[in-house]
Design a protein around this ligand. Structure first.
Ligand SMILES: [Zn+2]
Ligand SMILES: [Zn+2]
Length: 400
């Protein structure tokens, strides 16, 4: 090929390349955890080491969501005397150096460390398209002794717990406060309801009564939150379907399910501790930015996971199809769960074994979602939730 022909060929490739890109921006999956605690509230580690853990474990985004606080202003943490925390402080000092770590020994001979703010620590870890830290707060409220918690993702200024006259009133006031900030600043934010079964604080009817709430934790990795329910309380997963049956009836948008860590304990691991790495979401977004991620989540283009990874997830008007990243020697059970029109209870519509399956969305259905359960044991499980799983979001079947 002579020089001018080569140039033409390159130009044609460039034109084709550009036009394809413009027509369909490539989306990709980003893995993240939207519920994390640090020394800014009752977590037991410095934000930098937590971010380092998530970044080095192939997460692309994390939200540090401490109780009723943002990581801002001056906060001095007194390091507990226990050797676990003393050693952890030494590790922090060794890792980041005395130039970065701001500490002093007080008159009682305790070590006090000035915590880094969100603005300070984010720059150390963020990398375009590789790692993003989203500002967040766990708005931590209560009613009549019941804990009522909600995460505000991509919040810009702290929201005080709003209180109220009933469980629903407290939750709604906090949801409305997040929406108010979002509207005033014109910045995307989401509020998600945390661990409904923690202290069995939330009844199904409370969840059904909420307005403008589209997200909740179907799985929370804290060891005390009763995801599975008990003999008198339904599991969060079962609750999810009943919420959606009621929401569809009332013409509310579908409720989506998240898996999160709610990690607090970074030095002791096991069933009695809330550790990192148990639950996350995979979001199919155009880019790694809060706006792109939130847009995708609001469109339901994400799934929750405790280990199972999807290779393909296709949803169109007629079907849901999934294909899994198969691990050697591991088998998978794929269930399609939903509710038929005119029925009041969710049911298993189809169950199959293998690494792919598809389900036809027929007119007799209200909604369908897919749950995949692996034969692989979770490395660090809680409750009786032993096997790795993934949950796709419910798809509303078009009313015809
Ligand atoms: Zn909580
Ligand atoms: Zn929490």
């Amino acid at each position: 090929m002579n020089h001018s022909r080569l140039l033409i060929a390159i130009s044609i490739i460039a034109i084709i390349g550009c036009s394809t890109e413009k027509q369909s921006p490539t989306k990709q999956w980003y893995k993240g955890n939207l519920h994390t605690h640090s020394y800014w509230s009752d977590g037991d580690e410095f934000p930098e080491l937590i971010m380092d853990w998530y970044k080095s474990h192939d997460y692309q985004f994390v939200a540090l969501s401490d109780h009723n606080t943002l990581a801002e202003g001056d906060k001095w943490k007194v390091i507990p005397q226990n050797s676990i925390f003393q050693d952890a402080f030494e590790n922090y000092l060794q890792t980041y150096g005395s130039e970065w770590v701001n500490y002093k020994i007080d008159s009682s001979d305790h070590t006090q460390v000035k915590l880094k703010t969100y603005k300070e620590y984010k720059g150390k870890f963020e990398e375009a398209e590789k790692f993003l830290i989203i500002q967040s707060e766990e708005i931590t409220d209560h009613f009549d002794g019941k804990p009522l918690h909600m995460n505000a993702t991509n919040i810009q200024t702290k929201i005080d717990a709003q209180g109220g006259n009933s469980v629903v009133d407290v939750l709604q006031n906090n949801i409305d406060a997040v929406i108010k900030q979002r509207d005033e600043l014109d910045i995307p934010m989401i509020a998600h309801i945390n661990h409904p079964n923690f202290g069995y604080a939330l009844e199904l009817e409370d969840m059904i009564a909420l307005k403008n709430e589209q997200f909740f934790e179907v799985y929370n990795g804290h060891h005390m939150v009763n995801n599975s329910g008990d003999s008198t309380h339904m599991s969060t997963e079962n609750m999810w379907d009943f919420i959606n049956i009621a929401y569809i009836e009332k013409n509310k948008p579908i409720m989506y399910g998240l898996a999160t860590d709610d990690s607090h304990h970074y030095h002791t691991k096991g069933r009695d501790w809330s550790n990192a790495g148990r639950g996350w979401i995979e979001v199919r977004a155009e880019s790694l930015s809060p706006k792109s991620l939130i847009d995708a989540m609001e469109a339901g283009d994400f799934y929750a996971s405790t280990g199972v990874e999807l290779k393909e997830l296709t949803i169109d008007n007629n079907r849901i199809a999934v294909e899994l990243m198969q691990e050697e020697g591991i088998t998978y059970k794929i269930d399609f769960i939903g509710c038929k029109k005119g029925k009041l209870d969710p049911e298993e519509l189809m169950s199959t074994n293998g690494d792919k399956a598809s389900f036809e969305l027929t007119d007799d259905l209200l909604f369908v979602r897919c749950k995949i359960t692996s034969s692989k044991l979770q490395e660090n499980p809680i409750e009786n939730i032993l096997y790795e799983a993934a949950w796709t979001q419910p798809v509303l079947v078009n009313m015809k």
